[in-house]
Each structure stands twice: as structure tokens, then as C-alpha cells.
Design a binder for this molecule. Structure first.
Ligand SMILES: NC(=O)c1ccc[n+]([C@@H]2O[C@H](COP(=O)([O-])OP(=O)(O)OC[C@H]3O[C@@H](n4cnc5c(N)ncnc54)[C@H](OP(=O)(O)O)[C@@H]3O)[C@@H](O)[C@H]2O)c1
Length: 301
């Protein structure tokens, strides 16, 4: 979908009533906080409150909303290889249910997606309209979700993000620091490149996109710059006060996972710039800002 496309007139200009589904997820929690901090009325629904695979329940839950944020997802990338129908039910059917219900009530849907919709074999940042070619089951289900969202309404926003970390969930820097503390050293792949991104920055970007009445379409909600997992692991252990040398480089060949991982998963931010919305800053600066709130305090000796 072209981000320059005009918004339909049926969409209400005031965007004050936010509904966040999947609100207990790592990103969902920060969206609830960011939208409240921006002065919006926010209803937060966890999976227990709303199962997005239930179309009728979605229609009922979305009544009265101006903005809907889909924090619900099947995010177990490796498990999805053997449970693709379950992942599809949440990531594609669930997204379609929310997108149709949002269009019906004139609400704008913000739908997070992933760098895994791309093949990950490029050598320059992926543009928003680059062809999708997912290599994993998870990526296929997320690509289907994107399509369903933009087919339901050109006013909706797909925010592709990647390598997320945040206070409210398990994630890479937390795991690396724990393992480095427990074992004194950890091997981390140095041949996969991407953009470590703070959930709080994605949440803030969602609020800013809505405030700017940004055109519907696809945007890339990742930090700028790029890093390997090894680079990010060293930054994580340094922030925890450990010796960066505790992180040793290894290769994808030595660390095989059930789902293929992209070698180059760097996303460009031109659509944000065209919409006059500032992209998230450089990943190192953002990690420095985030680390103390994301990492648990060092255990007492
Ligand atoms: N994490 C990353 O590195 C990453 C990278 C790229 C893109 N993304 C995308 O960013 C978004 C947010 O990811 P996240 O890391 O915040 O995910 P998360 O922490 O795994 O949260 C997902 C939430 O969705 C809920 N959920 C699962 N099935 C549901 C259903 N049928 N109905 C309602 N809720 C359901 C989960 O509840 P339960 O816990 O009870 O199952 C969980 O609270 C997702 O769209 C993901 O694809 C994430």
C-alpha cells in the first residue's frame, strides 16, 4: 500500500479513544502507557479479555474506538515451524478480524509486523514497498496479516518492527546478561544483521503517527543504524557492568535454529520521512536510554 495514498473521509479526525488488544504483551504494555501519557482514553484488553481469533468478539470489542492497536500475536518463531496453523490463526485471521471490525466502526488500526516478511538476503536497507518473501512459517503468517490489514482499509497502519526488547517481556538482552552472569561467557552469532529496537520507541512512534494523521500504509518502526546479535550482546553485557569480552562471536552455521534467520534484516525509513514523522534514533543511543529500565538489577552478592 502506498503511504502517500489519501485517507478516506469516513475516518473521524478525533483520535482519543484507544483500544489496545494483546495488552499484556511486551509491546502492548508500552503502547498502553504511551497512549495514556499522550492523554488518550485507553482500554487495555488482554488475551483473557479478547481472543482475536473470534471475529464476533472483535466486532463487539471495537465499538466506540477511534484507534485500535493490535498487540496480539503468535511470536514463537521456532514453534511456528511446527504450528503454522495456530500461528496463522492469530497473526493472519486475528489481524483480519481486527482490521475488518476497525474499518466497520471507522477506527484506525495500528498493526505491528516484522522484518521476517523479507527474505533477509539484501545488502541495502529494505524499502517499505520491497517485495515480501518470507523464509519462515512465522514470516508467512505475518505477511498474510499485513495483507489482510491493508486490504480491509487503506487507512490502517502496518508498523514493521524487529529485534524488540522492552521491560515487560523476555527478550535477547535480558537472556544474554543472565547467561553471561551464570556461565561467565556466551557465544553469539556475528553474521546476522538487524536493528535492535525498544518497545517504548515503537509505542511512541505509533502515538506520533496517529497525531500526525500519517497516511495509511506500511512504515518501518525500527531503530536506525544496524548491528549483529554479537554487537548487541556486547552492548547489553556492558550496560549490565560485565566485561564485554564475555561475549564471543560465533556463526549461524554453528547455531542452527528450527526457523531460518535472516542474514540481513535492515529496514529503511523513507515512508516515515515522507510523512514528516521522525524515525526512531540510532540503536546504540536508544539502548543506552533503555538499558536501566529493561535489564533487571544485578543480583546482590
Ligand atoms: N518480539 C520481537 O522481537 C518482534 C520482532 C518483530 C516483530 N514483532 C511483532 O511485534 C508485535 C508485538 O510483539 P511482542 O514481542 O510484544 O509479543 P508478545 O510479548 O509475545 O505478546 C503477544 C501477546 O499476544 C497475546 N496473544 C496471543 N494469542 C492471542 C489471541 N488469540 N488473542 C489475543 N491475544 C493473544 C499473548 O498472550 P499470551 O502470552 O497469553 O499468549 C501476548 O500477550 C507482534 O506483532 C510481533 O509479531 C516482534
Amino acid at each position: 500500500m502506498n503511504p502517500g495514498q489519501a485517507r478516506p473521509r469516513s475516518v473521524a479526525p478525533s483520535r482519543t479513544r484507544w483500544l489496545v488488544v494483546g495488552a499484556a504483551g511486551m509491546l502492548g504494555q508500552d503502547v498502553v502507557e504511551a497512549a495514556r501519557a499522550a492523554g488518550h482514553d485507553v482500554v487495555a484488553l488482554t488475551r483473557a479479555d479478547l481472543d482475536v481469533t473470534d471475529a464476533r468478539a472483535c466486532r463487539e470489542a471495537l465499538a466506540g474506538a477511534d484507534v485500535v492497536v493490535n498487540g496480539a500475536a503468535y511470536t514463537a518463531v521456532d514453534d511456528a515451524e511446527t504450528h503454522e496453523p495456530q500461528a496463522f490463526a492469530v497473526n493472519a485471521v486475528g489481524a483480519a478480524n481486527l482490521a475488518r471490525a476497525a474499518a466497520d466502526v471507522g477506527a484506525r488500526l495500528i498493526h505491528p509486523s516484522t522484518d521476517y516478511v523479507f527474505a533477509g538476503d539484501a545488502d541495502a536497507p529494505y524499502a517499505e514497498d520491497a517485495p515480501v518473501a518470507p523464509r519462515s512459517a512465522y514470516g508467512r503468517t505475518k505477511a498474510a496479516g499485513e495483507w489482510a490489514v491493508l486490504a480491509a482499509s487503506p487507512d490502517h497502519l502496518v508498523l514493521r518492527t524487529a529485534w524488540l526488547y522492552g521491560a515487560g517481556g523476555g527478550n535477547f538482552p535480558k537472556t544474554i546478561v543472565r547467561v553471561a552472569r551464570e556461565r561467565g561467557g556466551v557465544d553469539v552469532v556475528d553474521d546476522q544483521r538487524g536493528q535492535p529496537t525498544w518497545t517504548r520507541d515503537v509505542a511512541d512512534l505509533a502515538v506520533r503517527l496517529v497525531a500526525a494523521e500519517a497516511p495509511g500504509g506500511t512504515y518501518h518502526a525500527t531503530s536506525s543504524g544496524d548491528a549483529t546479535w554479537f554487537d548487541f550482546a556486547r552492548a547489553a553485557v556492558a550496560a549490565a557492568g560485565l566485561d564485554p569480552e564475555a561475549v564471543r562471536p560465533t556463526t549461524s552455521e554453528a547455531f542452527v535454529r528450527p526457523a531460518p534467520r535472516p542474514a540481513y534484516s535492515v529496514l529503511g525509513h523513507d515512508a516515515l520521512l515522507r510523512a514528516g514523522v521522525e524515525p526512531i534514533g540510532d540503536w546504540r543511543d536508544r539502548w543506552e536510554a533503555a538499558a536501566s529500565s529493561v535489564l533487571p538489577p544485578a543480583p546482590a552478592r
